[in-house]
Design a protein around this ligand. Structure first.
Ligand SMILES: *Cc1c(COP(=O)(O)O)cnc(C)c1O
Length: 384
């Protein structure tokens, strides 16, 4: 059997475990009402928390950005790929999150894959929440530092690991809002521990930026936390409705990242039209209190409607996981809902721990009460 044919056995194992992944194609979009391979569904899968991804002002900005700057940037940022809109977007993002500077990347995955290697390496240690996003795990492994994963949000365990560590440099890394559970990291305690043990603290605010805090300034702003040792990561393809990501911090830290982050240095700059869109997205986020109020009303409506019928995780964010358990049961429930016009993703291992397969309901300000009610009716009809 050739090395290529051996994939057939691997596929068979995936199929047997109910872990074969498949894509569906969105064939029409109108807010949360979309068509998937021609089949109309309500979208409860998207991280477009404020409903900005197809906002007319962003579409307009994209057209204007393309007319003014073309499409491709043509080179890396340190060559000729850094355009005025990138520069403006970095300034605006930094100011918005209360930092001196920010560096714009093409994706959040690239921020997380690259930034830690600029700060720690062999002989150093990284302390990571066990439920951190996969991109943070990958980025930590790339550093070659010793990776210590602590039980989810267990600050006593983290403190013990920090106290025992003889590493030259330490870095603590966490999601702010955990992407498969929707719960919040204890950021104030994490900062205290980082200060006590002189560690960097990297906070991935992918699901907090635009949603949490005053004007949507994020999870750290919600708690009034700031320090030069904090590296704040925000992603721009979720609540901001565009694409890309940034890391923000003090000028000297960000300048260091600019020198050393390989996923920034060795890649073509994102299209300047996207940076141009981000300026409009930031205004919409800043002025988005009504959207955030609608989003919170949707969260409350869903939780009230499910109370006593389904086991929901303890989440106050737009990520509302409904834990099912077995992979096949989660997939079957998702399939039945999909057939009834409600699209909620089944999330299975390895994305989440074995035995905790779930429906991951994502809510948006673009959902109306009737959409939430349609989801509730679908769930009630398919209760296990
Ligand atoms: C989505 C996500 C990322 C990756 O961001 P992209 O811009 O989609 O690459 C990183 N961290 C977390 C927690 C995320 O949810």
């Amino acid at each position: 059997m050739s090395i290529v044919d051996s994939l057939d056995a691997e596929f068979a194992a995936l199929d047997a475990a109910g872990l074969r992944r498949q894509r569906r194609t969105v064939t029409r979009r109108q807010g949360v009402q979309i068509e998937v391979d021609g089949h109309p569904v309500l979208n409860f899968c998207s991280n477009d928390y404020l409903g900005l991804a197809d906002h007319p002002a962003l579409v307009e900005a994209a057209i204007e950005g393309a007319q003014r700057w073309g499409v491709g940037s043509g080179a890396a940022h340190l060559v000729s790929g850094h355009f005025a809109p990138h520069e403006e977007a970095e300034r605006a993002l930094a100011h918005f999150v209360g930092c001196e500077a920010a560096l714009l990347f093409s994706t959040g995955y690239m921020v997380n894959a690259g930034v830690m290697s600029a700060l720690v390496g062999r002989g150093d240690a990284i302390f990571a929440d066990r439920l951190n996003h996969a991109s943070l795990v990958d980025g930590a492994l790339l550093t070659r530092a010793d990776l210590k994963r602590y039980p989810h949000c267990d600050m006593a365990a983290l403190e013990r690991l920090l106290a025992q560590s003889t590493a030259a440099r330490k870095l603590i890394v966490t999601d702010s809002v955990f992407s498969m559970d929707g719960d919040l990291a204890p950021l104030a305690t994490l900062l205290e521990l980082a200060e006590r043990h002189d560690a960097w603290l990297m906070v991935d605010d992918a699901h907090g930026f635009g949603v949490l805090g005053p004007q949507g300034r994020g999870a750290l702003a919600a708690l009034g936390l700031g320090a030069e040792r904090i590296l704040l990561v925000g992603t721009l393809g979720k609540a901001a409705g565009v694409a890309g990501a940034f890391v923000a911090g003090s000028s000297r830290v960000v300048d260091w990242l600019l020198q050393k982050t390989r996923t920034y240095l060795f890649t073509t700059g994102a299209p300047p039209l996207l940076a141009h869109c981000l300026l409009t997205a930031l205004e919409l986020i800043h002025d988005g209190d009504a959207r955030r109020a609608q989003l919170n009303a949707n969260i409350n409506r869903l939780r009230a409607g499910l109370a006593g019928r389904f086991e929901l995780a303890d989440s106050s964010t737009p990520i509302q996981p409904l834990i099912v358990g077995q992979n096949a049961a989660a997939a079957a429930l998702a399939a039945r809902l999909f057939g009834q016009g409600v699209w909620v993703p089944a999330i299975r291992p390895p994305t989440v721990p074995e035995g905790t397969a779930r429906l991951r309901i994502s809510l948006s300000a673009a959902h109306e009460a009737r959409h939430i009610d349609a989801l509730l009716a679908g769930l009630a009809a398919n209760a296990p």
